[in-house]
Ligand binder design. Structure first.
Ligand SMILES: [Zn+2]
Length: 415
């Protein structure tokens, strides 16, 4: 049995197909509710005969840092992706963190390919595709990587597959739909039936979780859909590990309006206009999900600023859970300090951090806000169809998912 080392961790090479699934925004409770209603027989089998744990994601509890942690097996201090969005210190510009140039560590996929393993990577949102597939040479039957969102734009050179819509039997889904995630699972099943990759990574979108709480009819339908596809992957002999990039909580008041601490506004009042600069790393083009409102923000300050006094001022605002200096946040959350501001601000479970009122486009928010980003969204499921060797009392991380699948299967699995 072969072995490999990636980012300081040792992995045994899998002997039968492995599927790791990152269910975006899967707060604990969604899967349990679907099981309780008899809508998720595959997950029920996992809970009864496989493994079911609650682990922790990376803070900030956002999509990009966590997906990259899962596929590198390492925290952002190692891979460098500290948000969906950041202030690039080299240019002074605020940019999306989708570009592989920001990635500081290899993914497991790169090493697996070097060792001759075949790969399939499917993501709902195209914003993750380039990061997940970075350094992997795409080739039909050997390595494929594509998104539901741009499934009509694939080429053999960039994606290792073309004609994805005909292959999957689905057109390009709307970016704000359950279909964007269903496409990922349908593609996964089709790829397992035809290519049977050694390792598959499926990453969905949290559109449903942003709009529907656990146990509600639309959420139950979504998890029933997911369960039916995972059951087919299970029947084809795959070892499956399901985790999430982050949880999700209601972030609104009794009036249904978003609960927001407008931090740029508060700091403008304190220090003068634009002396401080608040960056929200949740920011992405999918404004209908959250209007760029999450429970985590970073504050850039001039060198002359009294950081301790400003931190104290922010910490006293109702709805703020913690204010950390750059070094404190880097140590506590395993983040790259050079990609943080002087202060890191985390809000409480039902409150978000904003910049200024006029800078948030909340027109897409038709339902009361549900979002993530803070410590309150750190709990995520870690579920497998296999019995795994796990230590009692230890809190595992979502970025242990590949360690679970490669190293910890404690039952005989037919090749
Ligand atoms: Zn997410």
């Amino acid at each position: 049995m072969g072995k490999m080392d990636v980012n300081g961790r040792a992995y045994a090479l899998p002997q039968n197909p492995v599927v790791v699934v990152c269910v975006d925004g899967s707060e604990p409770g969604y899967i349990e509710a679907a099981i309780a209603k008899g809508r998720a027989p595959f997950f029920k089998r996992c809970f009864e005969n496989g493994t079911s744990l609650i682990g922790h994601c990376v803070v900030p509890s956002f999509t990009n840092p966590n997906n990259l942690s899962i596929v590198t097996g390492a925290p952002p201090s190692v891979h460098g992706i500290s948000g969906n969005y950041f202030l690039d210190p080299e240019t002074g510009k605020e940019v999306m963190m989708n570009d592989p140039k920001f990635l500081r560590a290899p993914t497991l996929f790169q090493k697996l390919q070097e060792l001759g393993k075949t790969l399939a990577i499917v993501t709902a949102k195209d914003k993750l595709r380039a990061l997940l597939g970075h350094g992997v040479k795409m080739a039909p039957g050997k390595a494929v990587c594509f998104s539901s969102e741009k499934s009509d734009k694939t080429t053999l050179a960039d994606n290792g597959i073309e004609g994805v819509n005909a292959f999957v039997g689905m057109g390009v889904p709307d970016v704000y739909s359950a279909g964007l995630s269903e496409f990922v699972f349908a593609a996964g099943v089709k790829l397992m039936e035809t290519m049977r990759p050694d390792v598959m990574y499926l990453s969905t979108t949290d559109y449903i979780q942003h709009k529907h709480a656990p146990g509600t009819p639309v959420a139950d339908d979504f998890y029933a859909m997911m369960d039916s596809y995972l059951a087919r992957l299970d029947a084809m002999g795959a070892t499956i590990v399901v985790t999430a990039d982050h949880g999700m909580n209601a972030k609104h008041g009794a009036d249904g309006k978003p609960a927001v601490v407008y931090l740029q506004g508060a700091l403008d009042d304190l220090l003068g206009k634009d002396v401080a600069r608040v960056i929200l790393p949740i920011t992405d083009p999918y404004v209908v999900h959250h209007g760029a409102l999450g429970s985590y923000g970073v504050v850039y300050l001039p060198a002359s600023a009294d950081k301790a006094a400003i931190a104290k001022h922010i910490a006293a605002i109702k709805g703020i859970e913690m204010v950390l200096t750059k070094d404190e946040a880097a140590a506590k959350f395993q983040l790259p300090p050079d990609r943080l501001g002087e202060l890191v601000v985390v809000s409480t479970k039902n409150v978000t951090v904003g910049t200024s009122v006029e800078r948030h486009d909340l027109s897409g928010l038709k339902e009361p806000l549900r979002s993530h980003g803070g410590v309150s969204e750190q709990n995520v499921p870690l579920i497998s169809n296999r019995k795994l060797t796990v230590e009692a009392g230890r809190t595992y991380r979502n970025f242990d998912a590949f360690d679970f699948a490669f190293n910890r299967v404690a039952e005989k699995v037919p090749a």
